[in-house]
Design a protein around this ligand. Structure first.
Ligand code: FES
Ligand SMILES: [Fe+2]
Length: 397
């Protein structure tokens, strides 16, 4: 796929900034109260609003390739069971039995024809309908149709699976919600990729601290001196606001050479790493030839989990030898990214430890750190109910 207008504009801006010796800057400083990072009441509000009312990415379509494939997702505090039905739809349910509330599926993932509760073996089909119960004579008056699994809004778009972790009568429009980022998400063609690795890291830091590591590149050449620094132009990120989401485009070191090339020859994808923020907690990090899907989820005061899925092109057409070589290449990339994230996590955990000292009443967010400013605005809007997930009057997809 060729470059979009937005991508051409990003390249032009990068080259202009480099020539003028400047970079993308917001209009002023943001003084972010430390309470936005370490306050129990604020965290409860964030969990109740950001992680209940908005859809979040829970997986990639290849994780539910066939009917009956399923995985569970628990980090938001809502036990979710996500599966693909015989009709090919993605559905999400509360992973909670309708008899006496036991956790129905205990595995992280797999394939099933039905889901049977471990406590008294009430059994549900892939559509969540209660199909059978052991020794039903004692439940003679029970209307099984009233005891199906509780369904959550689930959507499959751009190769990713989204679930809103709460039940509500109000349907939401995932297309309206993602519309500001539709062009960027479609251009990555994530549905054609496969999972190379999926992993989680428990972090001793609040989720906002982890989130902000992806929202500026000002830190690359200080925090990642020996790793990411040399790969990118120092502090030359371009941010494109697609409220409440945004694109964070980080030019690779060789991008300056595009100055010598006609625009028709420019190849955005070969020259940029994107960290697309999808409100409230996801990033689609697009590298030149692979993609990471990140989720940063609060799990308690000063605690969060970082979930990552590494997506790579399918290698079915390669020979065994080529495949082994490719696997080594992806592993090398995985190791680099783990090293870089490890550097961020050490710093983030240090920030968390310093929060309680009272040294800072606020953090000062510079004009370069545009992504933090954009996200703070969107998060604040959601907490104050100025930003809500769009609803439709039509049926949930
Ligand atoms: S709690 Fe699930 S069958 Fe009893
Ligand atoms: Fe970093």
């Amino acid at each position: 796929m060729g470059n979009s207008h937005e991508e051409i504009d990003i390249i032009r801006r990068t080259l202009r900034y480099c020539e003028a010796g400047t970079t993308h800057m917001e209009s002023g400083l943001l003084r972010n109260p430390v309470s936005h990072y370490a306050n129990a009441q604020r965290l409860a509000q964030e969990q109740a609003i950001l992680f209940r009312e908005f859809p979040i990415v829970v997986g990639h379509v290849s994780q539910l390739a066939s009917a009956g494939d399923f995985f569970t997702h628990d980090e938001t505090g809502v036990p979710m069971l996500v599966t693909r039905t015989r009709q090919g739809d993605v559905k999400a349910f509360m992973n909670v039995c309708r008899h006496r509330g036991a956790r129905i599926v205990t595995e992280a993932g797999g394939n099933a024809t039905t889901f049977s509760c471990p406590y008294h073996a009430w059994t549900y089909d892939l559509e969540g309908r209660l199909r059978g119960l052991r020794q039903p004579a004692g439940f003679a008056d029970l209307d099984k149709s009233e005891y199906g699994l509780v369904e959550l809004p689930a959507f499959e778009r751009y190769g990713l699976i989204w679930v809103r972790p709460s039940v509500s009568e109000a349907p939401i429009s995932i297309d309206a919600w993602l519309a500001p980022m539709a062009e960027q998400l479609a251009s990555v063609d994530m549905a054609s990729l496969v999972v190379h690795k999926a992993w989680s890291v428990e972090l001793n830091m609040g989720w906002r601290i982890a989130l902000e590591g992806f929202q500026e590149s000002y830190h690359f050449c200080s925090a990642h001196k020996q790793t990411a620094c040399s790969a990118y132009l120092d502090n030359q990120s371009v941010f494109v606001d697609h409220y409440p989401h945004f694109r964070h485009a980080v030019p690779l070191a060789q991008t300056v050479e595009l100055q010598q090339q006609p625009e028709a020859d420019w190849d955005y994808r070969a020259n940029y790493m994107d960290q697309n923020y999808l409100f409230p907690c996801n990033f689609v990090q697009v590298m030149t030839d692979h993609v990471f899907i990140h989720s940063v989820i609060p799990t308690g005061p000063g605690k969060s989990v970082f979930k990552c899925i590494m997506l790579v092109p399918d290698d079915v057409d390669l020979s065994a030898e080529q495949r082994a070589k490719k696997t080594r290449y992806w592993e090398a990339n995985y190791n680099v990214v783990c090293a870089v994230f490890g550097e961020d996590f050490v710093i983030g955990e240090g920030i968390q430890q310093g929060l309680s000292t009272g040294v800072n009443e606020h953090f000062v967010i510079g004009q370069y750190e545009a992504g933090i400013q954009l996200a703070e605005k969107a998060i604040g809007d959601a907490l104050d109910e100025r930003l809500v997930c769009p609803q439709t009057l039509t049926l949930i997809e």
